[in-house]
Write a protein that binds this ligand. Structure first.
Ligand code: ACM
Length: 528
């Protein structure tokens, strides 16, 4: 009896080869064999698109074609809705040699369950058109509902196929929010039909070459990518950065230019012109129609770095007089409050960087991205005002920072700090005193891929893989259950997947395998 207990304990503790690590798991001493005659049973028609996704993935990865049916007598993978539960992401996966059952209350949960099943197939090989998968029983739910990744495509434009590939990997790691930084100084990347010059003129250039041919997403491209993300239960949040980082838009429509500085020319939209508000409202209306997120990111970052010209603008002087504003910061807050109002009237929530903590906005409809880790007071102020918060402090979540002491290209912080795999992995909001007692307002965490030093897809891969997997586990798995060494043991076999996918990843286990690409001279261009 004692032996039996010890044996079961050992089995329960065996490393579950899934990233992010599930909440509870135990090994079952069976294998389930997936083959061309395996049934994929959906009892509820609304689950069919998820079944199709699993079917396509099994075909793509293993050339095995499972049949989607409404019932089956033989061994089957069954997707089934379970009784009510509050956590939209939660699911259970039960496996033995007779079958696999994925059950969850919500579709997101079912999707998470099939992703876990796909991860469990990693390392299995196809023999005679069948795939033997080791069985596990898993009960799982994430620490955070918001598990995000941001991509900056203004500095460099990577295009539809690269974005779809990122969405595929996000899905594989249960990341579910894609924050898309589509506008900034180097280029405007989102087609707006009412203002075509935004893309035909504002889309020209990138961070390295101001004359690079116009590159942008048409509205049809956006619809295609949004649908692709929806199939993977990923919400896309568009960012239209304002009132700063507006130089590309100002090249296209100078009438709304609020000026800049010698270093950052034409940096702002003009808050002293009434027409600016209508112009941006028109842009946000088209943006809202394209993205079903019901959430728009208004940027709001680093305005003070480039708004000195506001002091000399007569329209802004009049605005300050009318509204009794006494500083540029108050003008910035006024602008953000007005544009947030526009977003809220479209039945969206508003999101922005932590500079907006000083603005007065409706608490239950405002989400702040806390990025300036050297300013904990902005996090504290946001939480005190009841704003929801996404934690994306530069250290450790800016993925343009280097990840290895030997790397030369990319950013480091003031004393040379950088964002190695381990620091991304071990992040926990408990480390932040300002969050104590306000946990319910922390929606989650997010990695941010700024791209000044990322001129192409290869370098993007190098910076994103494998840190995406550490980010995912930090977002999903409770801190007490995280262990970096055990994580890397689970990561090692997944390196083969990066290899098979043709990614130019950073090999944490063999750091000199791929050489770093890029140009070290890019660093000096950062604002902050
Ligand atoms: C930012 O890094 N400018 C939000």
């Amino acid at each position: 009896m004692v032996m039996l207990i010890i044996c079961q304990y050992t089995i329960a503790q065996q490393a579950c080869p899934v990233i992010p690590l599930p909440d509870q798991y135990s090994k079952v001493e069976h294998e389930f064999v997936i083959g061309n005659h395996t049934a994929l049973v959906v009892k509820d028609a609304s689950l069919r698109p998820i079944a199709v996704y699993l079917q396509q993935e099994l075909q793509r990865r293993y050339q095995i074609h499972v049949n989607i049916l409404s019932k089956s007598r033989g061994p089957a993978i069954v997707l089934q809705r379970s009784k009510p539960g509050t956590n939209a992401d939660a699911y259970t996966l039960t496996m033995n040699k007779e079958g696999v059952l994925v059950s969850a209350r919500h579709n997101e949960g079912i999707f998470n369950g099939i992703i876990t099943l796909l991860q469990l197939t990693t390392g299995s090989t196809v023999n005679n058109a069948s795939l033997a998968v080791a069985c596990w029983n898993i009960t799982d739910a994430p620490r955070y509902h918001w598990r995000g990744l941001m991509l900056d495509e203004s500095r460099f434009f990577y295009g539809k196929e690269k974005v779809k590939s990122i969405l595929d990997w996000m899905a594989f790691y249960k990341l579910n929010r894609f924050h898309w930084h589509l506008t900034d100084a180097p280029g405007w990347r989102l087609e707006i039909k009412k203002y075509p010059l935004l893309t035909t003129v504002g889309g020209i250039g990138n961070f390295k070459n101001p004359n690079a041919p116009a590159a942008y997403y048409t509205q049809d491209d956006i619809k295609e990518i949004v649908a692709y993300a929806q199939e993977r239960f990923i919400t896309i949040i568009p960012e239209i950065d304002m009132p700063g980082h507006a130089s590309a838009a100002n090249r296209a429509y100078p009438a709304f230019n609020g000026g800049g500085t010698e270093k950052y020319p034409d940096f702002t939209f003009n808050p002293g012109r009434e027409g600016t508000y209508q112009y941006l409202t028109d842009i946000l209306k088209e943006t809202d129609a394209l993205f079903p997120s019901q959430l728009i990111h208004l940027g709001g970052d680093e305005v003070s770095s480039g708004n000195a010209a506001w002091d000399a603008d007569s329209g802004i002087a009049r605005l300050m007089q009318t509204h009794k504003l006494t500083s540029r910061k108050q003008v910035e807050d006024y602008f953000i409050q007005r544009m947030a109002d526009t977003v809220l009237k479209m039945n969206n929530k508003v999101m922005a960087w932590d500079e907006i903590a000083t603005a007065t906005l409706p608490a239950n409809k405002t989400i702040v991205c806390w990025w300036r880790m050297e300013k904990p007071e902005t996090l504290e102020m946001s939480l005190q005002k009841g704003y929801s918060v996404i934690l994306c402090p530069r250290l450790p979540f800016y993925l343009d920072f280097v990840q290895d002491s030997s790397h030369k290209i990319g950013r480091r912080w003031k004393n040379g700090e950088f964002n190695e795999l381990k620091s991304v992995y071990t992040f926990s909001s408990e480390q932040l005193p300002a969050t104590h007692g306000k946990d319910s307002l922390i929606l989650g965490i997010q990695g941010c891929l700024w791209t000044e030093t990322i001129p192409d897809g290869r370098r993007l891969d190098f910076m994103l893989y494998p840190r995406i997997s550490a980010l995912a586990e930090a977002a999903w798995t409770q801190p007490a259950k995280r262990d970096f060494d055990k994580f890397t043991a689970r990561l090692k076999p997944q390196m083969k997947l990066f290899e098979q996918a043709g990614l130019y990843y950073f090999d944490f286990f063999s750091p000199r395998k791929h050489v770093e690409t890029g140009d070290a001279s890019d660093e000096k261009h950062y604002i902050d």
